[in-house]
Design a protein around this ligand. Structure first.
Ligand SMILES: [Zn+2]
Length: 232
């Protein structure tokens, strides 16, 4: 009947991994499993995981994918399809180098495999009976995408479960945060592109859209459109 969106903070960067389940069909997608794959795998034990979707391939969003897929293989469970944008493949290929620079090991974070499905040409993706619109929102990363759910039948669970009187849902990755925006000082970041993505693709969504950000608490499009200091 509805969607359940469960947030779990993972990684050294407190990234918000998300597990979204269509409660009608019990189909699940995992978004941005940046680390703690074993724990995320346990959380989806009673569902059918059809997809892993990456908003982008930075270490804290993509570093747990390889381990997670191994767990599906070891348990003889059907391997979910991995979706992300072609422009982030190069970032994923250097994830372990990046981890080393931060002093982490390749057991903490691993390069993800190439996507099974490029998200580039998809305007929407389907989870069970539910449809999410895909928006291409480069700037923080060259292949960054967000997912928008144009319906009000969702519930939140886990970390940051405040719904803030919202009736639409945006999985925003590292585009827009409560009072802030994604950093653009990492390789291939582009500040003006990010501002353009936010203003043309995100701020045009309804004010009552709940913004589930990649880090920190939820916010709303209305709040950020009116008070985000980086956008005014
Ligand atoms: Zn990022």
């Amino acid at each position: 009947m509805s969607l359940t969106v469960t947030t779990k903070r993972v990684s050294h960067f407190d990234q918000n991994a998300r597990i979204i389940t269509d409660t009608t069909t019990n189909e699940t997608m995992i978004i941005d499993p940046g680390a703690e794959a074993d724990l995320l795998f346990d959380m989806v034990s009673a569902t059918t995981v059809t997809m892993i979707v990456l908003t982008h391939c930075h270490i804290d969003h993509a570093g747990g994918v390889t381990r997670l897929l191994e767990l599906f293989d070891h348990a003889n469970r059907k391997r979910p399809q991995l979706f992300y944008h072609s422009k982030d493949i190069i970032i994923g290929e250097h994830l372990e180098d990046f981890a080393k620079n931060y002093g982490f090991s390749a057991t903490d974070y691993q390069n993800p495999p190439h996507p099974d499905q490029l998200i580039d040409s998809l305007s929407s993706i389907k989870l069970g009976s539910k449809t999410f619109t895909v928006y291409f929102t480069p700037g923080h990363a060259p292949g960054h995408i967000v997912l928008y759910y144009d319906n009000d039948d969702f519930k939140l669970a886990g970390d940051y479960s405040e719904i803030l009187d919202c009736n639409r849902l945006l999985i925003a990755g590292d585009t827009l945060f409560h009072g802030s925006i994604g950093r653009t000082d990492l390789p291939m970041g582009n500040h003006s592109e990010l501002i353009q993505s936010i203003k043309t693709q995100l701020l045009t969504l309804p004010d009552t859209t709940l913004v589930c950000a990649g880090h920190g608490p939820n916010t709303t499009i209305g709040n950020e459109a009116h008070s985000n200091p980086f956008l005014n």
